[in-house]
Ligand binder design. Sequence first.
Ligand code: SF4
Length: 778
Amino acid sequence: MSTITPKIEVETTPNLVSKVYEKLQNKISTFRKASHRPLTICEKILIGHLDESADFSSDDALVAGKSYVLLNPDRVALQDVTGQMTILQFMLAGLNRTAVPTTVHCDHLIQARIGSDPDTKAALYENNEVYQFLESASRKYGMGFWKPGAGIIHQVVLENYAFPGGLMIGTDSHTPNAGGLGMLAIGVGGLDAAEVMAGMSWELLYPKRIGVYLTGELNSWASPKDVILFVASKLTVSGGTNAIIEYFGPGAAAISCTGKATITNMGAEIGATCSLFPYDKRMETYLRATGRRSIADLANKHVNLLTQDPRIEKEIRENQENSINYFDQLIEIDLSNLEPYIVGPHTPDLARPISKMGEDIKKNDYLDTISVALIGSCTNSSYEDMSRAADVAEQAREKGIKTKVPLQVTPGSEMIRATIERDGQMKLLKDIGANVLANACGPCIGQWNRPELKQGESNTIVTSYNRNFPGRNDGRRETMNFISSPELVIALALGGRLSFSPLTDELTASDGKKFKLRPPKIAPEIPEKGFKDVTDIYVAPADDPVRVGVTINKDSDRLQKLEPFPKWDGKDFEKLPILAKVRGKCTTDHISPAGPWLMYRGHLDKISDNLLLGAVNAYRDGEVGSGKNTLNSKIEPFPHIAREYKKRGLKWIIVGDNNYGEGSSREHAAMTPRYLGCAAVIARSFARIHETNLKKQGVLAFTFADPSDYSKILEDDRISITGLNNLKPRKSVNCILYHVDGREEEISLRHSYNESQLEWFRAGSALNILHSMEQTSL
Ligand code: SF4
């Protein structure tokens, strides 16, 4: 008989929230004994979630941008693409149930082709085995499963699970959407999520803080979207890196809860760890409207934990320079003066007010004719958003006109879709020509089939989405995506051109008369009749999980059960070949590219065929993704060579340049080398998350003691790394280069392993240790 992990409630119950507030109260009080300064909200939530092992005796251990802290999140959210490998890894730990409440959301795999019903049906057929796997694993391991068509992960989390003061991680970069409801919500890689699901704490670089002080009130065409588009233009796409963006000030309360979520969602576009707002009446309204009255009552009782200490705002109001005591940077926005913005193409920080778009089009020769307009996505599909968009549609309908270009609507959830269908907003949008797509990501993540476009045809689209890098929406780099608010996208669709400004330009009514659109009315943030109840979209964990089998077909090319990586055999690495020496930037996307490989995220063997396909070969100028197979001296793709070495039982080495493995924390970039036989990566320096991922998967990660030794490694060299039985923290390691001309050179390697990380290496992986702990407790 195996041990039974205590049952974890999937729901955000009052009991769970009350425990979190108790924890926050205790830890913040302890911290205040050592540090007497006022605290911001993100500090309170971080401190309140520090692991028991954390040192509370002073705030020296919490140096922004330097200290790493261990945290215990309250929830995990998985989407259907990244969730596959996360769950497969969780299964390796051998637990019966997840250790923290977890949900799975089927939103990324539905391709937009015709419309909601046929597209969802097609996805159910094409991805059947993936959905079966996710559902059966959810039922077995105690996770909540949201079916295809139920909605987009972040919207569903906001409607059901987010709560002020909580800490959540999610395997999707727009997880910070829940910051609109006062939750510290952070996007992570699948391995991090799997470990938290298995009961481990989670490591985070203690973030810097950027304050955004809001005053005034939005008016006219300006919307919450314009707040974040403006912030993005100020901070640029990397300005938020390793920082939490904390919004505060009297203007914060003037924005609805869902409007706040739009703003925190798009903090991902400036690289922020996450963004959040303080708890207020607007959040209370949303909690009550979404059936969470008792959580609103609890939050009301603990406002002091969920808002900044009041002295901070007071001091900043008196003198902005006081902000340096609390924030690394402060931005002030008077919402009353904010204009509607439009950003793009290809980057969200290329912003200008709509009034300047015309000039920019001429200057940059952008294509003025719009090919398709799209509203919705997890970023902008709230009741308020759809109501403002419908208001503009209603003005057009009254004048007897329709959009000049196709208009696609992606509701964020089935609850929103059913509610706006009942309350008439959907009819108004359809009346001006809208087509309704599935409640899913679709064109926001490249799941958009556009057969009408010729290969390589340049075209302009306008969306209310969040991301617009080349190829993002339809896989075509020529498509130029401009992002704006839903109401402005509707106006642009009516005008048919990017240079149309509803502020100044007129439309022609069906009777030939000219008219101007007026700014949309202030819209209700929640429906007067309440949100519509929807059914048959959710599957709860099984009452009798032992009886549930997890379905993985052994012939599948979409899913593969993971086998534990083998333990280290106790021997030194002797005369190993170099698979690749990489020159310059090598992100996790170069190591494990996305695009068509998205399909194989749950199949380690298949996806390993993309290993290093984006990496630049340091030995062969301009060669990308391939190198010399030392067994036959031919130039072949890296994954092919790795498989050849593996077949012959040969381990091999990767040599990296500076900041090797930067970019997203995609665990496939560490798993695929490990799977194909990589023994070690030696780099000039590592991006820390990737370095940790390599360590966790059992690949040794070294840096050159002397970075110039990088140039000593030649294409046909063999490499030995010795003394592995005596690996110790802070102790360098000996490496011998065997050159083909018979010379031998010795170089010294460094590492950053601590004792427990060395155990990961010896055991074969970090998950193997969890697994063996679980076995010994049987
Ligand atoms: S709608 Fe777009 S941004 Fe939101 S979760 Fe889906 S792909 Fe990501």
